[in-house]
Design a protein around this ligand. Structure first.
Ligand SMILES: Nc1ncnc2c1ncn2[C@@H]1O[C@H](COP(=O)(O)OP(=O)(O)OP(=O)(O)O)[C@@H](O)[C@H]1O
Ligand SMILES: [Mg+2]
Length: 246
């Protein structure tokens, strides 16, 4: 765990699937998947700050896997190809002894290169699916994604539509837990200014809480940041550990 202090959005990131605000259908799908997990690819679609990346991290934790994070700007053909080969060759190399699955998280899949997306297409076919890996891709929109790609994924639409009261209650709890003083902000007002397409952005709401606390001179107690494994520098693997690999 990095010692770098992290802001409220990290401090209050739900660690368990069941702890997320709203998203009842998504929680049901994923909790059932986690009871009997298998090699699969999920596509999380939704407005910013609704929990897509945080949810992927909670899934990885439930699978005892360390999420491998390929950031969209480094998700080019070469890096992806290298990662896919390593995953196939090393059932447990990345994850430690308790994990049964590699967990690969690629955020903003719509901004990756076309060649990287094509490389994934083949890998996500039922016949070729890397049998020890769960993929999660996140995106704000599917507009630029190839149908052949999206149709190979379990698509889950993240929306906090209708969860305004739950978000307001949560912000009130954070406010109290952080020792907020004076008149409590009007949470419905905060939520409506921190929404995209009328969907509450929880990250933006937490930033507002942080700003209001600072404005009142309250010291925000920061948490340590949990870092996910960046996979831009794949370590070389000893030849004896990779007998079936080129
Ligand atoms: N449904 C939710 N329940 C509880 N907290 C949430 C939820 N959604 C977001 N958050 C809070 O907001 C933070 C940011 O969420 P996250 O990074 O998962 O958003 P995102 O959907 O991936 O956004 P983006 O599209 O901008 O990447 C989380 O760490 C958490 O603190
Ligand atoms: Mg995200």
């Amino acid at each position: 765990m990095s010692k770098r202090a992290m802001r409220l959005a990290e401090k209050y990131r739900p660690r368990k699937v069941e702890d997320f605000i709203g998203l009842p259908k998504i929680k049901a799908v994923v909790l059932n998947f986690l009871k009997n997990p298998y090699a699969a690819a999920f596509l999380f679609i939704g407005e910013p700050g609704v929990g897509k990346t945080a949810f992927a991290m909670a899934m990885a934790e439930a699978l005892h896997s360390k999420p491998l994070h390929l950031a969209s700007e480094t998700c080019n053909y070469d890096n992806l190809d290298k990662l896919l080969r390593e995953l196939e060759c090393h059932p447990t190399f990345w994850n430690g002894e308790h994990a049964k699955f590699h967990f690969v998280l690629i955020d903003e899949i719509d901004s990756t290169t076309q060649t990287a997306q094509r490389r994934l297409l083949a890998k996500l076919d039922a016949s070729e699916l890397v049998d020890n890996t769960v993929f999660v891709f996140t995106t704000n929109t599917v507009k630029s994604l190839d149908k052949r790609f999206t149709s190979r994924c379990i698509e889950l639409e993240f929306s906090l539509w209708g969860a305004g009261q739950e978000v307001a209650d949560f912000l009130g709890q954070v406010w109290k837990a952080e020792g907020g003083t004076g008149k409590e902000p009007d949470w419905s007002d905060v939520i409506s200014t921190c929404s995209s397409n009328r969907i509450p952005n929880v990250r933006a709401c937490l930033q507002r809480v942080e700003r209001e606390l600072l404005a009142r001179g309250v010291n925000v107690v920061l948490a340590d940041q949990v870092r996910i494994n960046e996979v831009t520098n794949l370590p070389e693997i000893a030849p004896e550990l990779r007998p079936n690999c080129p």
